[in-house]
Design a protein around this ligand. Structure first.
Ligand code: ARG
Length: 558
């Protein structure tokens, strides 16, 4: 609201200049760095140039215009500046009256491609960031009024499936695979690579199987479908734990089947060239060309994405297509966008790679002791266990503590990720992330629980409160913080970066916690109690809303 207020003030000033001098001015309302200089300041130089009058002469005129607004307690002229101090009580009233005034009249469709794991592989910690970021960005855009389409683009295509089928048919056992599909398939895949090292002809066999699979061989298709549904089942189990949901599961294999269409579009635009047998699109001197068809006719990752993005545009008419994928695919998404520009695709400018950094342990890409990718499910289990041990320390007699530990442990991982700016790598420390104090998710959940427990002890009347009390510094600081909520959310949306909201929740929590060490809320004076309970209920509503947007769980005890 404070931000909108500055816009309202500027508008008023410019209208009054127009009425008085009949010129269109663009006076700006600044926020002085130094609080002593006022809440807002209006420099008069620009107007002085425009009207050929001295700033000394104009400052009193601006002051007069400001006085008409009735927002200010004090207005001072300091040289060419007009500095004004809000009347806190009026401001508080404006802020409280507009508490839920979010600009949610945005229209437009945002497609988000996130998570997008590869089938027949474990859901790794690497796909975690994409999943958590994509989900939060989706929630934030929805809050602002956009239509959001959540797409999980499954990596279900590639010669590796030829290898997998070969391995399964030669060394696999139906029953064992049925019991623990992903782990067994991963084992078979690893075995294939070992055996192929000694016997390279296996690669040709796998390739043959893959080609038949692509041509629609029924038996291979059936196996592939079984691998795929087993994987999907496992992924959905993880999404369920994380509280993540998708509108659509798309498929690389499906895109590959329709890739002829996009290849002929490229052909029509005369963008295709043959280079050493392969078909390429040249996209400028600053980037390597995009290979869109291999010598043997097979499609590539980019061919499938080119086809798929056209399908998505035809289906959803998106305004933006966000790809939440790691930094290592930066060049790739630049190429994708460049090819679409070359094709004059009407949606090319809406293509956005929402890139992100690595999760590290000890400064290196996170991996198990044996150097393998870490399984997300193990990390989730570990986090829930740690959350339970923290609960046991603080509140051993808590009812349903297993359930609460789940909500806390999972939210801890989500928050620990989202508090970092997405493009940066971050060190993963589960022990710290699950603590109830520090920059953690549980700290925010715990603050919300504390407020909830105070509120459960007494009701309050929000229409019978003291504005004098709210004007005191440590109350007013909280009100100002409550007020920037939507501003932070817009910043998150503009930069596709939920860390601003995460930081905001930390700051608001610590404002509450220091307030609460100073002030007793359940006092006998009714107006004072109403005022304090109302204020803390507003804090809780911001914290809960913020946690929901980040994809965290809200608990009522812990
Ligand atoms: N499956 C890919 C990977 O794990 C990510 C796919 C991202 N989405 C896309 N449309 N390219 O690297």
């Amino acid at each position: 609201m404070l931000d909108q207020l500055k816009v309202i003030i500027a508008k008023h000033l410019n209208n009054r200049v127009m009425e008085t001098y009949n010129v269109a001015s663009s006076l700006v309302v600044e926020t002085p760095k130094d609080k002593e200089k006022g809440d807002v300041a209006i420099p008069s130089f620009a107007l002085s140039k425009l009207l050929h009058k001295s700033p000394m002469e104009l400052a009193p005129v601006i002051k007069g215009f400001l006085e008409e607004l009735d927002y200010f307690e004090r207005i001072e002229i300091v040289g060419p500046y007009v500095n004004a101090f809000y009347s806190r009580k009026k401001l508080i009233k404006i802020i409280l009256d507009n508490f839920d005034n979010v600009d949610n009249k945005n229209s437009g469709t945002i497609c988000i491609d996130y998570s997008s794991p590869n089938i027949a592989k474990n859901f790794s910690i690497g796909h975690l960031r994409s999943t958590i970021l994509g989900e939060a960005i989706g929630n934030i855009y929805e809050k602002l009024g956009y239509k959001v389409v959540r797409i999980d683009h499954l990596g279900d295509f590639g010669t590796q499936f030829g290898k997998l089928i070969y391995a399964y048919l030669n060394w696999g056992d139906e029953e064992t695979v049925k019991k623990d599909p992903i782990n067994e398939l991963v084992k078979l895949y690893v075995r294939f690579h070992k055996e192929a090292e000694a016997n390279p002809s296996l690669d040709d066999k796998a390739r043959e199987i893959f080609n038949k699979l692509e041509e629609g061989d029924e038996y291979y298709q059936k196996l592939w479908n079984e691998f795929k549904s087993a994987s999907l089942e496992e992924f959905k189990r993880i999404y369920n734990i994380l509280g993540v949901h998708f509108d659509e599961y798309s498929s690389e294999a499906n895109a590959s089947r329709h890739a002829k269409r996009v290849l002929s579009m490229l052909e029509e635009k005369s963008l295709l060239e043959i280079d050493d047998g392969a078909t390429i699109v040249r996209i400028g001197d600053d980037m390597p060309p995009a290979i869109v068809r291999r010598t043997d006719g097979a499609t590539l990752y980019i061919t499938r994405d080119l086809e798929e993005v056209h399908r998505r545009y035809e289906t959803y008419h998106f305004d933006q297509m966000l790809y939440v994928v790691g930094n290592e695919q930066k060049l790739y998404f630049n190429q994708l966008r460049r090819v679409l520009e070359k094709m004059d695709a009407p949606f090319a400018s809406g293509i956005k790679h929402v890139n992100f950094g690595l999760i590290l342990t000890g400064g290196k890409k996170m991996s198990t002791r044996s150097g393998n990718a870490v399984k997300l499910i193990d990390v989730l289990d570990e986090s829930i266990k740690l959350a339970l041990s923290h609960i046991d320390e603080k509140n051993p007699n808590l009812e349903d503590k297993e359930e609460i530990a789940k909500a806390v442990g999972v939210s801890a991982i989500i928050f620990n990720d989202l508090k970092n700016y997405r493009e940066n790598d971050y060190e993963f420390n589960l022990e710290d992330a699950t603590k109830f104090e520090g920059q953690t998710g549980p700290y925010i959940q715990y603050t919300s629980v504390r407020i909830g427990s105070i509120l459960s002890q007494s009701s309050f009347d929000k229409n019978n409160i003291s504005y004098d009390l709210l004007s005191q510094d440590h109350f007013f600081d909280i009100i100002k913080k409550l007020d920037c909520f939507y501003q932070e959310i817009e910043k998150c949306a503009n930069e596709y970066a939920p860390n601003y909201l995460a930081k905001y929740l930390l700051q608001l929590s610590s404002l509450f916690n220091s307030f609460y060490t100073r002030e007793k809320c359940l006092v006998s004076d009714i107006i004072e109690r109403n005022t304090k309970l109302y204020l803390i209920s507003l804090i809780k509503s911001r914290l809960d809303e913020g946690m929901k947007l980040l994809g965290m769980r809200i608990v009522d005890k812990m």
